[in-house]
Design a binder for this molecule. Structure first.
Ligand code: ADP
Ligand code: MG
Length: 362
């Protein structure tokens, strides 16, 4: 799939901007702080409805303005016009001027794989950051997943509140708690299986990709979940055994809200062992494995965005990464260092120069 044109109004440092893209490589270059990431952020937001740079989407509205608009023509099997309007009144999302209410469907339509230097968080940060990232990646290819997750979180909240209420009583009847436990475990197991399958799928590609880039080591993801490898009966027993502890603490003790995963090269944990460059290569390998997974599962090519890929990587690794790129896949590359870009790639790219919010095609 491809985005053929983008129109911005009051988005970040752009008051109004209209761009037409190449279906192949688009190279966006300019000094730091000029507005390169803002362009690819708009493309990402059009696909996922959220920015990757903040929990607050209103941050993208141009300073001093009340409303921002992103509009894009996206070609998949057919051509559609996608539009997101962001204001204090919330977000409005439209496809061909039809209002979209079900976000879980919308976000599976446009498949974007983004690499951004901030993705190192996926290795360095807490499990909660990793779960958030995993949720976004899976939601964008599986529309059932977000609904399961929303329902799970509702039941979890309700169950925690009920445990707190039971805590205040001396005598209690656990029949309602048992219903909530049953719901929590049923939904949790479904989510666990989807996460496990996703990570297994990534693992079927990631090691070979990492080896192509680094020529050493065997990279894999290790999924960690309290529900992993357990049957529903096992899990319900685990809850049963701990019921008084849960009531005492007023909190659900087990579930997929604690899930995590880690990157391992051979037997070493990447977070603890690897250099920043190696961590970056691990993340890039993950993203390229996601592309393979989308091609296999959804029979289409996603849009690839590589934001500031060249910083901190040596030119040999960069060339190995570029060699893995698919010429038929629409790709956006931002960089401050146009002289680092391979001559062949340069010759085959549409080039945009960004300076203080002004974009010129070259
Ligand atoms: N809501 C906003 N309104 C106006 N300008 C903004 C807004 N958010 C960010 N900016 C400006 O955008 C610029 C950063 O653009 P960015 O795309 O991140 O640069 P880079 O070219 O380094 O990727 C900064 O100068 C920042 O001040
Ligand atoms: Mg940037």
């Amino acid at each position: 799939m491809e985005i053929s044109s983008l129109k911005l109004l009051n988005f970040r440092n752009y008051e109004s901007l209209e761009l037409k893209f190449s279906p192949k490589v688009n190279l966006i270059y300019g000094k730091n702080g000029m507005g390169k990431t803002n362009i690819i952020e708009a493309i990402y937001m059009l696909g996922i409805t959220k920015t990757f740079r903040s929990n607050n989407d209103n941050i993208v509205i141009k300073k001093g303005k009340n409303i921002a608009k992103i509009e894009g023509t996206i070609k998949d099997k057919i051509i559609n016009n996608y539009k997101i309007i962001i204001s204090n009144a919330g977000k409005r999302i439209k496809i061909d001027n039809n209002k979209i209410v079900k976000i879980s469907d919308y976000i599976t339509k446009v498949n974007i794989i983004l690499f951004n230097p901030d993705d190192l968080k996926m290795i360095k940060d807490t499990p909660s950051t990793r779960r958030k990232m995993l949720n976004i990646e899976i939601s964008s290819i599986n529309s059932e997943y977000l609904l399961l997750l929303t329902n799970y979180n509702k039941v979890l909240k309700q169950r925690n509140a009920y445990l707190k209420a039971l805590n205040k009583k001396n005598n209690y009847d656990t029949s309602f708690l048992n219903i909530l436990t049953e719901q929590l475990v049923t939904l949790g197991l479904k989510i666990m299986l989807i996460r496990e399958e996703f990570i297994n799928n990534i693992n079927s590609y990631i090691s070979a990709i990492y080896y192509e880039i680094t020529h050493k080591g065997n990279l894999k993801l290790v999924y960690k979940s309290e529900f992993l490898g357990k049957t529903k009966e096992n899990i319900l027993k685990m809850f049963e055994k701990n019921i008084s502890r849960e009531i005492f603490l007023g909190k659900t003790l087990f579930g997929i809200q604690h899930d995590d995963f880690e990157f391992k090269v051979d037997s070493e944990i990447v977070k603890e062992y690897s250099s920043v460059g190696e961590q970056k290569n691990s993340i890039i390998s993950f993203k390229l494995a996601e592309i393979k997974n989308i091609e296999k599962k959804l029979h289409k090519k996603p849009i690839l965005i590589l934001d500031d890929l060249f910083s901190e990587l040596d030119s040999e690794k960069i060339n190995n990464i570029l060699a893995l790129m698919d010429e038929e896949m629409q790709t956006f590359i931002t960089t401050t260092e146009i002289h680092l870009v391979d001559k062949n790639l340069l010759a085959n790219s549409k080039i945009f120069h960004v300076s203080e919010g002004i974009v010129e095609e070259e």
